[in-house]
Ligand binder design. Structure first.
Ligand SMILES: NC(=O)c1ccc[n+]([C@@H]2O[C@H](COP(=O)([O-])OP(=O)(O)OC[C@H]3O[C@@H](n4cnc5c(N)ncnc54)[C@H](O)[C@@H]3O)[C@@H](O)[C@H]2O)c1
Length: 275
């Protein structure tokens, strides 16, 4: 499209929760020049309509298939369990998708092939971590190891199948306790709502089998913290982030929605900063 005027990017929101609402509200306020909110879909359409009625642009609230027809790009911000029902029709129609439930995208060669066939693009924003530019750069050369240590307040891990599997009583913890140690691919299956960052890290680096993660339920922290160390021919990269939990969903850091907004800005902007 070089030299031509770009037309406005119509963005749809699939999943009108903590991240979806923030992204919708900021789009509505014009935070992403060159993009506008084209519609919203969610499990509970009546609730989404109540939310949408308070926005300036009064976006249509519709079922997913209709949303896909109406927009150029769908921001997937629903639970991981709903991922396929959003990603398949979106990519099948040749529309782009921005994936927040990154763990559900791991090893999905079928979806990558579908995107290639229909000419769609899958965007995976950094979400609740930083430093993926450095990881991607390092991965253009030899990487020896990528490890991530995650600490979460025990309440943020409630309901995860991995906690049950580890046989841990979250309410009884008085000190940091390891609830998982192993490859990111397994972590994303056992903690589908908690470690999407390890999926983005895997995809930027050496894949979900070689990326190792240790997860602590830690009653001494009130922020979700991630410490990542990458070693390779380039040297050593350490990344540390302390995420403030969202008020509406303590499992989701405030940075997640902000990252999606920055990623949208990157798509529509004529100036791109970073790797
Ligand atoms: N990539 C990251 O760094 C990162 C960070 C935080 C959260 N996440 C993930 O992003 C996703 C959204 O997080 P959130 O905090 O906004 O969740 P949330 O629970 O606050 O909101 C999810 C919304 O999706 C809706 N929904 C449920 N089933 C649906 C379906 N079948 N179709 C459409 N909508 C449906 C729910 O009604 C709700 O409104 C989750 O998978 C979460 O794990 C990723």
């Amino acid at each position: 499209m070089g030299g031509m005027d770009r037309r406005e990017l119509k963005v749809g929101i699939a999943g009108c929760g903590t991240i979806g609402r923030k992204v919708a509200s900021e789009l509505d306020c014009g935070f992403v020049p060159g993009a506008r909110l084209g519609g919203i879909s969610s499990r509970n359409l009546a609730r989404a309509r109540r939310f949408a009625s308070n926005l300036n642009c009064c976006p249509p609230v519709v079922g997913l298939e209709r949303l896909v027809e109406m927009v150029d790009l769908v921001v997937e911000a629903a639970p991981a369990s709903a991922f396929d029902s959003i990603a398949k029709p979106t990519l099948g129609a040749g529309k782009d998708i921005m994936v927040l439930s990154g763990g559900a995208l791991l090893d999905r060669d079928d979806l990558f092939a579908l995107a290639e066939r229909t000419g769609a693009t899958i965007y995976v924003p950094s979400g609740a971590i930083a430093g993926l530019d450095g990881v991607a750069g390092a991965a253009a050369g030899r990487i020896d190891s990528i490890t991530m240590i995650t600490r979460k307040p025990p309440s943020g891990l409630r309901g995860a199948p991995g906690v049950e599997k580890a046989g841990i009583d979250l309410d009884a913890l008085t000190e940091p306790t390891v609830v998982f140690e192993g490859p990111a691919i397994e972590a994303c299956m056992l903690f589908p709502a908690n470690v999407n960052v390890s999926a983005a890290l895997s995809m930027a680096g050496v894949g979900p089998t070689l990326t190792r993660i240790r997860i602590y339920a830690d009653p001494t922290v009130d922020r979700n913290t991630h410490d990542i160390v990458v070693e390779g021919e380039f040297g050593r990269l350490s990344i540390r982030i302390e995420n403030v939990p969202s008020a509406a969903n303590p499992r989701t850091g405030v940075l997640s929605a902000l990252s999606a907004l920055a990623a949208l800005r990157r798509i529509t902007s004529h100036v791109r900063v970073g790797t």
